[in-house]
Design a protein around this ligand. Sequence first.
Ligand code: ATP
Length: 369
Amino acid sequence: LEPWQDPKAQPYVRIERVTKQFGDVYAVDDVSLSIFQGEFFSLLGSSGCGKTTLLRILAGLEYPSSGRIFIDGVDVTDLPPYSRPVNMMFQSYALFPHMTVEQNVEFGLKQERMPRRERAERVAEMLDLLRIGELRRRRPEQLSGGQRQRVALARSLAKHPKLLLLDEPLGALDKRLREHTQFELVNLQERIGTTFITVTHDQEEAMTMSTRLAVMEAGQIIQVDTPTGIYEYPNCRFVARFIGSVNLFEGKVVQRDGDEVLVETPLGRPMRMRCPQPLALGTQVTVAVRPEKVRLCAAFREEAVNQIRGVVEDIAYLGDVSIYHVRVGPGQIAEMTLANIQPRTEQALTWGQEVAMEWSPTSGVVLTD
Ligand code: ATP
């Protein structure tokens, strides 16, 4: 049982109905959220959705217009930043310009009066983790943006804090270093047991690193779930489209069968989908199916449960997969992804060909927005 599935588990961080207004802008709009010890939690959303403001409220750098913040069971809403058991890594890094990389990383440990030997070990561990050992004697002005970011990360992790807030921690790193650092960061986080709350607009990063994530839009939390939950069971069209690609077919419920519904669409036979919510007949819905859950067949099969016919309009070869765009109706293109398990030359489907797309009732969700 994960802590968030356990009604008796005490959250480490509890955000209770927090709102933050700047003039008429609701930067954060009635947000409630529980985060548990040891989680790697991400606030994910596009620019301006309020994720940084929420992080700053947790750190004590902004005071909420209403609502309370609890950390480890204590109401910290009225505490200044330095009295909260929180470390924050800023997007701007805030490195000390007159100190070397090594001194920057060591700074907090010295303040804490950690013994010299242990301090040296800890600094070495951090320099090693972030691969900045060769830069140890340089000052921030002699570093690139990505290098500064790694120093800032090393400095904020050095104390092995219990709660670390990170604003776009990997934003300045190039793709390879970023992917590498994602895994290292998760490993380190598991080892030292720090609770991480990060802010990111990068879906892939949030999906790779998080135990759970909150998708935000316009100051509100739209969905909170594990990466798998968000991807497989998005609760609305916005989330379905925000993470990954998705086919959305609009229609209405025409029949119920236990936990399945039949959805009539303009695209052929009604679609049969699993749907645990009790939807009334006639409800307008959207069937959402991920491109990789679709089978693309050259032959039509009468017995197929869900099938749409169409014509291959274009094919993009991406190496590991190919993306097929299939025209399934006037103005509607459906997308599917096929893993390139066979060499490309052996694949039969080509541009202009008539095909059928098939999927099972459990390979997608029925959305009501
Ligand atoms: P980004 O990814 O671009 O940093 P974000 O999701 O972190 O965006 P916030 O920085 O939290 O978004 O901003 C949320 C909203 O609140 C925005 O509309 C922003 O313009 C507004 N806002 C944030 N800080 C202030 C402020 N100090 N004064 C006025 N408006 C603000």
